[in-house]
Design a protein around this ligand. Structure first.
Ligand SMILES: [Zn+2]
Ligand SMILES: [Zn+2]
Length: 76
């Protein structure tokens, strides 16, 4: 658990930031709609297919629900 660097009261939620290569959408995984064992892209509405390498994780986003703090951290 990582404590919120802004308010220090609440653990921040960590979410993967996904890049959907078919439509160039980039957003945290919670923006994608769960679909079976995969996710549906909120922009083009296609289902992510891990086997086809049509999406990649480009970083992580941190969000605190207590104070609204948000930070995105990319891979190096
Ligand atoms: Zn906070
Ligand atoms: Zn898409």
């Amino acid at each position: 658990m990582i404590e919120c660097p802004s308010c220090g009261r609440s653990p921040v939620e960590r979410a993967r930031v996904v890049h959907h290569m078919l439509c160039a959408y980039v957003g945290p995984l919670y923006d994608f709609m769960p679909e079976g064992s995969s996710y549906r892209c909120p922009k083009c509405h296609l289902i992510l297919n891990d086997g086809a390498d049509d999406s990649e994780i480009v970083g992580y986003s941190y969000h605190c629900s207590a104070c609204g703090f948000e930070q995105v951290e990319g891979y190096e």
